[in-house]
Design a protein. Structure first.
Length: 399
């Protein structure tokens, strides 16, 4: 099968109704392009592994075998050139359960955790719900691109109550891939102020063809010694519902505290399908993932070009090298109608066009003039969603 035939498979219709899909629990005629799961069938290797497992007909308690640890370690070596000790890979039921547990085990009540908004909103929940305090180091947004404010970051890290930083690498929602230099500087500052880094790298497998994700721990030995890296096949292989994730930690003392935490919190035991899906993904899913990245980039390029051609003075898609999410700056449109943020526009889109997007303000105040659009879907829905967005923006001007 040539590449065109493989790509075409991603554009085959998949009916996600009738399966209690969170994403597709919408009214007739609505097009959901919000929550971060994809509309593609997962890699054939995963489906085959699960079919074989179901064929056994028993679904009792499952251990995490050595093969699972080795599959994760081999994946990181092949994809990123990073040597991972299989013994340092720890199973968890999800990245967010792991992060919430790490917040509890690595900080005390009322201590502070640094975030860099606009950033995945559930990080805030993991901090606040556990009685810790959020300390924001907002990203800079200049000339349509994001960067870190290192002066402000050091100021926040120097706070004597700051004990943890949650780094989103690559960045969600912007899709920014941090450079080696950025990551090294974060590590240097965190080490200087005795702050542990939890690096969420769940989107790291989905990158622009030709771009390689740089894990925080792979930059240098200093970074490796102060961090816990969280990841999962869930985003890249569209298996979030199978609840299989992990963290990697090389420092013995830090890892012991983290392991104690996930076991105390009971988020370290797999369901029957978690182990098999991860082994299959990381052993035989590489070629499928490469094709997925091509499809995602095609979709992102299409939306960016359409907005530039038809709404360049109203909507701008931030250039990104990772994720299947479009982060769209609505400032031009909002300025023309006198709105302070994009929340009303999001509601207008849904009520007038049926397009369901995420309001950027949920990712932080500095995301309030943006919307997030999920492009992990087939070409005809990307075309439909883009047309609805453009029509909605034009209608919003006269609203």
């Amino acid at each position: 099968m040539d590449i065109d035939e493989r790509i075409a498979q991603f554009d085959s219709p998949v009916d996600r109704t009738g399966i209690f899909s969170m994403k597709w629990d919408v009214a007739d005629g609505e097009l959901p392009m919000w929550v971060a799961d994809m509309d593609f069938r997962t890699a054939p290797a995963i489906s085959e592994a699960l079919t074989e497992r179901v064929g056994n007909g028993t679904f009792g308690y499952t251990d995490v075998p050595r093969e699972w640890n080795e599959a994760v370690a081999d994946w990181w070596l092949r994809r990123y050139g990073v040597t991972v000790d299989p013994e340092h890979v720890v199973f968890t039921t999800g990245v967010i359960p792991a992060i919430s547990s790490l917040v509890r085990s690595l900080t005390n009540v009322a201590e502070k955790v640094v975030l860099q908004p606009p950033v995945y909103n559930i990080f805030t929940n993991s901090i606040v719900n556990n009685g810790r305090r959020v300390l924001c180091n907002p990203l800079r947004y200049e000339h349509g691109a994001y960067s870190m404010d290192f002066d402000d970051l050091e100021h926040k890290l120097a706070d004597p109550l700051t004990r943890l930083m949650i780094l989103c690498n690559p960045q969600n929602p912007s899709g920014n891939v941090w450079s080696d230099g950025d990551l090294a500087r974060v590590g240097e500052l965190c080490a200087k102020h005795h702050v542990t880094v939890v690096s969420d790298e769940v989107h790291g497998d989905i990158v622009r063809p030709g771009v390689t994700h740089m894990p925080f721990a792979a930059v240098n030995e200093l970074n490796r010694s102060i961090c816990v890296t969280c990841s999962s096949p869930s985003k890249a292989f569209n298996v979030a519902g199978l609840q299989s994730a992990y963290f990697i930690c090389d420092d013995d003392g830090l890892r012991a505290r983290a392991v104690r935490g996930v076991n105390t919190d009971e988020v370290a035991e797999p369901n029957d399908f978690a182990v098999f899906s991860t082994i299959a993904a990381y052993t035989d899913g590489g070629a499928w993932l490469d094709d997925l990245c091509r499809v995602v980039q095609r979709n992102k390029d299409y939306v960016s070009a359409q907005l530039d051609e038809h709404a360049h003075d109203m909507l701008h898609m931030v250039a990104s090298d990772s994720t299947y999410l479009a982060w769209i700056d609505c400032s031009g449109l909002l300025d023309r109608v006198g709105d302070a943020n994009a929340e009303r526009f999001c509601g207008f889109l849904r009520s007038h066009t049926g397009l369901v997007l995420s309001y950027g303000g949920i990712y932080g105040e500095n995301g309030s003039r943006f919307v997030r659009m999920n492009l992990g879907t087939r070409a005809d829905l990307v075309i439909d969603g883009t047309a609805r967005l453009l029509a909605g923006a034009a209608a919003y001007l006269g609203n």
